[in-house]
Ligand binder design. Structure first.
Ligand SMILES: [Zn+2]
Length: 205
């Protein structure tokens, strides 16, 4: 093939590619990576707004990272509420491990309810508020946290999160178990073959 022909060949084939691409429906590969995690719970989008096929990836990424809890030394802003200057208290994280704080909105959220509360389900103690709106009135915050923490809807989301994270472990355990069974079956097949070979040798075949 001459140089000219080669050039013509490649240029003609490459010129057809965009046309072909235009005809084919574009399948966009959607993925959620650790770098997509938004640490401020006040600026995250709700889980049900992510494409269905990546929701598990989103939940896993956040669950592995854990709730956003500011470290010692962070100054929570004080606001005038019910006749006093009040602010979020860092030591609340020690009592409520599910608690998250949004610096941009100065409100608190529930980590488990953000990940696993399904809108529309019965919600007596604010799973929807703790998941999406946030709690920003600090006067009776502990009372609200206690009620929320012991509510059915919250306990349910916590269990869902634990089950969800355990699934991976159980899948890998099943795989190991399966591999061991395969190994045993292989050894049985091998020893049977050796028995047959030994038998044939003894028969002089
Ligand atoms: Zn909750």
């Amino acid at each position: 093939m001459s140089k000219r022909t080669l050039l013509t060949y490649f240029s003609s084939s490459s010129s057809s590619t965009p046309l072909e691409n235009a005809r084919q429906p574009k399948t966009q590969r959607v993925e959620f990576c650790a770098s997509d995690i938004i640490s401020d719970p006040g600026t995250r989008k709700p889980i049900d707004e992510y494409p269905f096929e990546i929701r598990d990836q989103v939940k896993r990424a956040y669950a592995l990272r854990g709730p956003t809890q500011q470290s010692v030394g962070f100054t929570f802003p004080r606001t005038w509420q019910s006749g006093e200057w009040r602010s979020f208290q860092r030591h609340w994280f020690d009592t409520y491990d599910w608690l998250e704080y949004s610096e941009s909105k100065d409100v608190a959220f529930c980590f488990y309810c953000y990940l696993f509360f399904e809108s529309g389900k019965s919600d007596k103690w604010g799973s929807n508020v703790f998941a999406k709106v946030g709690i920003g009135k600090w006067k009776k915050a502990l009372e609200k946290f206690d009620k929320h923490g012991s509510s059915h809807s919250h306990c349910n989301t916590r269990l869902k999160c634990e089950d969800f994270m355990n699934q991976r472990t159980s899948v890998s355990q099943k795989f190991v178990k399966h591999s061991k069974e395969e190994e045993i079956r292989y050894k049985i097949r091998l020893s049977s073959s050796l028995d047959v070979a030994r038998f044939l040798i003894m028969q002089g075949l």
